[in-house]
Structures are given as structure tokens and as C-alpha cells.
Design a protein around this ligand. Sequence first.
Ligand SMILES: Cc1ncc(COP(=O)(O)O)c(C=O)c1O
Ligand SMILES: N[C@@H](CCSC[C@H](N)C(=O)O)C(=O)O
Length: 399
Amino acid sequence: MTDTIARIKYRPATELVYVDNSDGKGPKDNYNAASMPIYQTATFKQSSSTQMGEYDYSRSGNPTRSHVENHLAKIMSAKRSFVVNSGMTALDVITRLVKAGEEVIAGNDLYGGTNRLLSFLATHNNVKTHHIDTTDSETIIPYLSEKTRLVLLETPTNPLMRIADIPRISEIVHERCPNALVVVDNTMMSPYLQRPLELGADIVYHSGTKYLSGHHDLMAGVVAVKEDSIAEKIYYTINATGVGLSPFDCWLLMRGVKTLAVRMDRQQANAIQIADFLQSHKFKVHYPGLKTHPQYELHAKMSSGPGAVLSFETGNVELSEKLVELTRLWGISVSFGCVNSLISMPCRMSHASIPAEVRAARAMPEDLIRLCVGIEDVDDLLEDLYHALTASGALKLAN
Ligand SMILES: Cc1ncc(COP(=O)(O)O)c(C=O)c1O
Ligand SMILES: N[C@@H](CCSC[C@H](N)C(=O)O)C(=O)O
């Protein structure tokens, strides 16, 4: 951790684009290439059977992968980071720290794929997950025990944009369960806006498919840790299972990370205007950038911005469906973090893998519409949304 902090010299937007190898960390390129070459090789020649260089086989390590891992560790304030082939793989690698009979605590509003993987662990590996309301830190206390191995937080949550207090929950967990690890899915925020390892978490992971890459042209996952002992276990699983990110995708991810700040600044500025617009028309809007968000202050304390995903309710499922289909500029698509704006209905799309009765028990609004705001001209986005709202009748109904 100290090493990483010592390497940070500039403000976040600069560090994203600034790659400094002068400290001897990270792989060297013989020709001083400005962009790390793609080492598209499966294996590396050795000088003898007993002497190998820094790399022997790309499942175990590859210079292009080391390059992006080194850069991500710096911007995530991590001791080490690892890149794998999707966000779900990142979570899968982390959950392999849990043994049968141990337990996980997670939120009751969370990404559908995460819920699915945790359900699989319960049915196949005897790892129970307690789903709790992570907006109230104290609710965790009765679920903590010597069996607790992971406390998994999304903040903001996908899709209701609820906030968990990372410092307070980390304090409670570390005090009561020294063997438990606080894990934060930071996909919604990106390291540009929020760095959970600085806030007390032990592990942070990302779907690199989203903001880190930014263009929906690759699938990737990132795991970052602040302790060598955890890093060794994570690396062991990645090497043993072969889920490390391919050289070309590492290169794409690195290219995406460099423009994260400009993309996020623009996407966030657009999202703030869109959230204000929807709220001014009396829709129930979920966005931590609105002063009316119940945890506006908490989120502002932990991060440097509300991000560019928001959701809102129309009060009627059919109406929401109509509205989504009437947009022209907003693509109907799962995922977020792309330069293009997307619209979706989580209960039908990204969160459809959560059984309907579980969604109902967790009070997930079926009419919820999620907006993932891109970098387009905000007036075009607003006009298109206004057209869909009025043509569907949603605007009339809500007023
Ligand atoms: C919050 C969150 N975490 C993790 C994931 C998984 O990422 P991936 O699709 O890259 O596997 C997603 C979406 O897929 C997500 O929305
Ligand atoms: N069919 C996919 C759905 C992926 S959802 C992607 C993203 N996390 C989002 O929230 O939009 C699946 O079943 O995993």
C-alpha cells in the first residue's frame, strides 16, 4: 500500500493517463514504445530448463497484462491488481477465498449476476449468503459470526443507487470478525470517483466492461487488494484456472482507462441534468447526485461525484415498456459505462435472473427504468427522453 501511495504524484485525472515506469516497477519495453505492445504470445523462450525469465507462459503472466495491472493498482490505491476476463470472473476468483461452511453477507439490492453467483455457491458449495439492507450499517451486526468470510458491498447499488457506508461497515466488520474481508464492487463509480481501499475495504473489484474500458468493445474484470497475502491467493486462482485477461484485451483496457476522466466528467454532467429534468417532472428518481437522495451526504463524503447511472419509476410497468421502446437515441441495452447512452428495464433485463418472487420480496420496482448516460449532447438526450415520456403518456400520468 505504501509503495502505491508513494507512486501517486498527481491528481486522479492525471494519474489515469500518466504512466511512469521510472521506479523500475512494471515490465519494460525494449524500444520505449509510448503504448505498451501487445505481447500476443502463449509462451516465452527460456535460456535453460532451470532458468526462466520474468515470464514463462501467458496463463501465468504476460507483459501486456502486467502493464495494465501495474497501472490499475496505482489508480485504485492498491498493493496489487489483477485483470481477468469479466467482472463476474473477478467475483468468482474472490469467492474462492470462501470455504464450504463459511458465510457471505451481501446487499439486498445488487446486480442480478452477482445474486446468481451467490445463489450457486449456496446450492453447490454450502456457502450461505445473508442478503441485508446495507444502507443501515448496524443491520450487519446480527449476521456477523466466526463463519463470516466476505462482506460484499455495492455502493451505489445496481439498480436502485443506494449507498453503503464503506468506512463504518469496514470498521464494524474488522472489529468483530478479524477473519472477514470487506469487498466492494466499485463498478458504478470507477476509481476516478471512488477508491474503496482508501476507505477501509480489503478488496475492490470492477466490471472492466463498463467505465474502465468505456466503449463496450471488451469484457474484463479487475480485482485489487491491499495485502500481499490476499494477492497471493487471488493470483493462485487466476493462474490455476487460466482466467487472466488476454493480451489484446489488456491493451484495449489500458487504452480505455486513459480517457476515463474525460468520459466520466462529461457523462456525469449529462446525468446530473437528466436527473434534475426527471425530478422536475415529479418522477421518483434514484440518483446520489440529487440533494433529495436519502444518502446524498454520505455518498459525497466517500466519492468525488455521483456518476452517470440513474433510475426512475413511472408507476406502471406497461408504460415503462412503451417509454423505453419510444426512445431513439437511447439504446435499449444491458450494461453501462459506455460512451453511448443506454436505457433498460432492470427487472426484465440485467436483473431478470433474480426470481420474480425474490425481486418482489426485496421490493424491487418492476416498472423501474435505468438510464446509463453517455457523452452525447445533453440537449439531444433530453429531447429524445421528453419525446418518449410524452408519446408514451408517462409524463401526463406522473403529473
Ligand atoms: C455492478 C456490476 N458488477 C459486476 C458486473 C459483472 O460484470 P461483467 O458483465 O463484466 O461480468 C456487472 C454487470 O455485468 C455489474 O453491473
Ligand atoms: N444476460 C446477462 C445480463 C447482463 S447485465 C449487464 C450489466 N451488469 C447491467 O447491469 O446491465 C446475464 O444474464 O448476466
